[in-house]
Design a protein around this ligand. Structure first.
Ligand SMILES: C[S@@+](CC[C@H](N)C(=O)[O-])C[C@H]1O[C@@H](n2cnc3c(N)ncnc32)[C@H](O)[C@@H]1O
Length: 377
């Protein structure tokens, strides 16, 4: 396979576009004929109470990352002025010969994008790939199978920036998750569930569609060395927010047993969801599910939702708007205003100033929300 081709409806996650991996390792075609790739994501830093990465290499990698992504305003100004050569002509008018190079342009150049035509390695080149990434020797490596470009209905087969933001938070602040039972909604490739299982006891990792859930299960199995060593487990299940019940279809390997449901309701204290806000109907269904599940749970749950504001120009507004995000904020407000006498919800935005554990662009439009519940009964 020489080239990845994109059609009009193709959606691409910036995570894969932006990955500085020169080579993409294609492992197979999935049931719908899409090429499946395996990428490795290095954990470059984590909370000191979590073992595995030595502090020294941690700090060095974090410094490198910070250098790559940040620069003080003074640096930017100084560098910009170095690139400007102002000349005054004979009438005293200012002649600007070169446009100052902006921070973002410079940063983009430094962070060479590996866009659209990656070198694709297939099974035959596996040795070259493994050797280059040294993937099987490191306990700070997460291996993820994913597709590179998908139609909208298959977006879960890619890894999204919101998954990294949430994973960063979990690794930075592990205490609220330690030994917990967690439910992930819209888990996609399972990346965040896998990270969560490095700390929690049980993670119910859920999404919809057998093909996606199969990919997710493979990822859980690929990363067993991260989770089994701490005695935790990730259980992949189907959970469709448009349905009022858990799938109990005995034919499906991802259906729920009565024991699973009882275990979830008896022990769950945390619900997570990464980058699931992009369609108003789906957002409505998500909040309905959050309400239904948390009201059946024995313990009040804390919900963490990461989201990325995506701006679009709309003819309706003749402006750039962020409709999906605005709808999310309205749903959040309604959720906080629910007064059913059982639970009282409070939402707060967590400042994304915690360190990055993964190498990705933490853009300003990424947000992390924490929604806490207090029992009123
Ligand atoms: C943009 S992807 C995010 C995937 C993953 N959390 C990540 O951040 O990489 C949105 C996810 O929401 C899931 N989703 C959409 N509608 C859903 C529904 N009705 N029920 C359950 N999951 C749904 C999709 O299948 C997909 O995995």
């Amino acid at each position: 396979m020489e080239e990845v081709t994109f059609t009009r409806d193709t959606i691409l996650s910036e995570v894969h576009l932006h990955k500085r991996q020169k080579k993409h390792f294609m492992v197979r075609l999935n049931a719908t004929g899409q090429p499946v790739f395996q990428s490795v994501f290095k954990i470059i830093s984590m909370n000191s109470t979590l073992e595995s990465v030595s502090k020294e290499s941690d700090n060095k990698k974090r410094e490198d990352t910070e250098k790559e992504y940040s620069s003080s305003p003074e640096d930017i100004q100084q560098n910009d002025s170095e690139n400007v050569e102002n000349l005054v002509d004979e009438d005293g008018d200012l002649e600007v010969t070169r446009r100052p190079q902006s921070f973002s342009e410079k940063n983009e150049q430094n962070y060479a994008r590996n866009i659209v035509c990656p070198t694709i390695l297939t099974i035959g080149n596996e040795e070259e790939y493994n050797c280059e990434e040294n993937i099987y020797s490191s306990p700070n490596i997460v291996k993820i199978e994913h597709t590179m470009a998908t139609p909208l209905e298959d977006v879960g087969k890619q890894v999204w920036r919101g998954a990294f933001l949430l994973a960063d938070y979990i690794l930075w602040q592990p205490d609220p998750f330690r030994d917990c039972t967690v439910l992930e909604l819209g888990a996609g490739t399972g990346f965040t569930s896998i990270i969560m299982a490095m700390i929690a006891k049980t993670v119910y990792c859920t999404d919809v569609g057998e093909d996606l859930l199969e990919m997710c299960k493979r990822n859980v199995s690929l990363n067993k060395y991260l989770t089994e060593s701490v005695g935790s487990k990730v259980i992949v299940k189907q959970l469709d927010w448009f349905k009022d019940n858990f799938s109990e279809d005995l034919e499906s390997p991802y259906s729920w047993t009565e024991n699973d449901i009882a275990d979830l309701y008896d022990h769950m204290t945390v619900i997570i969801a990464a980058d699931v806000i992009y369609d108003d109907d789906i957002t409505d269904a998500l909040f309905k599910t959050l309400y239904r599940i948390s009201h059946s749970s024995r313990n009040p749950c804390t919900i963490y939702i990461s989201t990325e504001k995506r701006f679009n120009f709309t003819i309706r507004h003749m402006d750039i708007t962020c409709d999906a995000y605005n709808h999310f904020r309205r749903c959040l407000e309604k959720f906080e205003n629910i007064s059913d006498g059982k639970l009282k919800w409070t939402a707060k935005k967590i400042k994304p100033t915690f360190p990055q554990s993964f190498n990705y662009e933490r853009i300003e439009h990424l947000e992390l929300w924490e929604i806490t519940a207090v029992s009123l009964t």
